[in-house]
Structure formats: C-alpha cells, structure tokens
Design a protein around this ligand. Structure first.
Ligand code: FES
Length: 137
C-alpha cells in the first residue's frame, strides 16, 4: 500500500470533494464535519461518479412515523439511482435481491439486525499530517 500526499486540508472546503488520480484509479476525497474520507470514484452498482453524489444524513426510525437524522453529510446518495453508501466504510444497505413485488412474511427487528446490502464502495485510509491529506492506496 503506497502513501500519496494529495492536497492541503485547506484545498478541499468543508462539504466539498476533490478527485485524484492514484495508481491508475480515480479516488474522491470528501471533507465532511472536519474529517476526510476517500473512496473509489465509481459506484459499485453501475459505475456513476461518486464525486456527483449528494452528501446526506443517516436516517433512522425507532418506530413508524418517527425518524431521526444523524451523521449529517456522511451518507453518499448516488446520482444515478439513489443508492446510499456509508462514507466511513463504503457499505450499502440496499439489497436489490429483495426489491421485488410479491408478499413476504413480516417480522419486527431492530435496525442493527437488518441485512447489509451486497454492494460496498471501495474506501481508502486517510491521514492528516502537517495539514496535508495523505491517502493510502
Ligand atoms: S450507479 Fe450508483 S446506484 Fe446505480
């Protein structure tokens, strides 16, 4: 794994992102809530550029009709089909194999027990040293 100095922290404004070509791959670095996250700039579904994704909050619901927003800006909503990925680990919680119109048995489980989606966006470790953003690829 090689380390790449990609920018000064001041080069990527809060809420913004920047794409870097690293070892033949486009990696997008996001600046969210004072932290930096690096992902492959390609949606694992059909390849949309994640630099165009909306940075949205995570929504959870403790019961019907009640929802809460947290981790504002840390979820990526793909610009092509709206699938969402956790910026910290690239995980999608969307499962297309269950997206069919037919009846299913119903059970009540907590959100933590639900199955993760099969798609995961590739992420890379990011470090800050002397105000430089370092990405390990
Ligand atoms: S290409 Fe990203 S959700 Fe389809």
């Amino acid at each position: 794994m090689a380390r790449h100095i990609v920018a000064r922290t001041s080069d990527i404004p809060a809420g913004g992102n920047k794409v870097f070509g690293l070892e033949g791959r486009d990696v997008v670095v996001f600046h969210v809530n004072g932290e930096f996250f690096a992902l492959l700039n390609r949606c694992p579904h059909e390849g949309a550029p994640l630099e165009k994704a909306a940075c949205v909050a995570r929504l959870t619901s403790p019961e019907p009709g009640i929802y809460q927003r947290d981790r504002v800006g840390e979820m990526l909503r793909c610009p092509w089909h709206g699938w969402e990925f956790d910026m910290r680990n690239g995980q999608s919680w969307f499962d297309p194999n269950r997206f069919k119109i037919r009846s299913y048995p119903v059970a009540v489980e907590s959100g933590e027990e639900l199955q993760k989606g099969p798609y995961v966006a590739e992420t890379f470790p990011v470090h800050i040293e002397d105000n430089y953003i370092i990405v390990d690829v």
